[in-house]
Design a protein around this ligand. Sequence first.
Ligand code: HEM
Length: 216
Amino acid sequence: MSTVSLGERPSISTSLRDATATAHERAERSDFIDDLMAGRLDVRAYSTLAAQLYFVYRALEEVGDDLNAADDTKPVVAPIFDERLRRLPRLAADLDVLGVDISTVEPLPAVTRYVAAIDATRADPARYVAHHYTRYLGDLSGGQVIKSRMISHYGIDKDALTFYAFDGIDKLKRYKDGYRDALDGLPIDEAAHGRLLDEAVRAFEFNEALFAELTA
Ligand code: HEM
């Protein structure tokens, strides 16, 4: 017997991409990113961004480790959790090469709010997934363009851009397709799916707020 599915909901990956498309465009066109990508800024601007991202990834990876280790939250986080994505040691190494002593850097107000939001997802792993998606899929996509522009515009050494190098992942496109399949198989209900979408839009907004503060 065949069944007709009426009004089937879009998959998690499709709905995420759709829900964040406008926010993505805004982030990509923000003054800071636009200036950085056009070569109108300098190495310091990139270093400042990398230093602020240090606090974001510290939270993202600490919370991810904890959620992936706990029996009740692991089923939601494990499908997307991947050691090859871990960025904090790379950011730390990049900052060293860039001559930034992170112990002297304070998070900007937007980053403090961003980190608090990531931390709050300890209570709701579906919301955690939103932050994971927003940053890592971004790094695997636009991040690759950022890397090449930082080299060509500012002469930043590749050794200071290991943040964008994903060892052990050779085909980024294939990896992202696999990531989207993992998203689509997450064991979450409709309500959690809705919270994931809301949180992804917020995650983009935190990035936009960071860019606005970097411009100011
Ligand atoms: C320099 C600015 C940026 C450029 C040039 C850029 C470019 C791109 C491109 C070309 C894709 C499509 C990749 C694909 O489908 O395989 C993409 C996807 C994505 N980008 Fe960006 N991006 C930029 C900034 C950002 C920012 C600031 C964020 C968030 C922090 C972000 C998050 C994402 C995410 C989550 C995806 C995956 C969308 C999906 O397929 O679900 N991007 N980006």
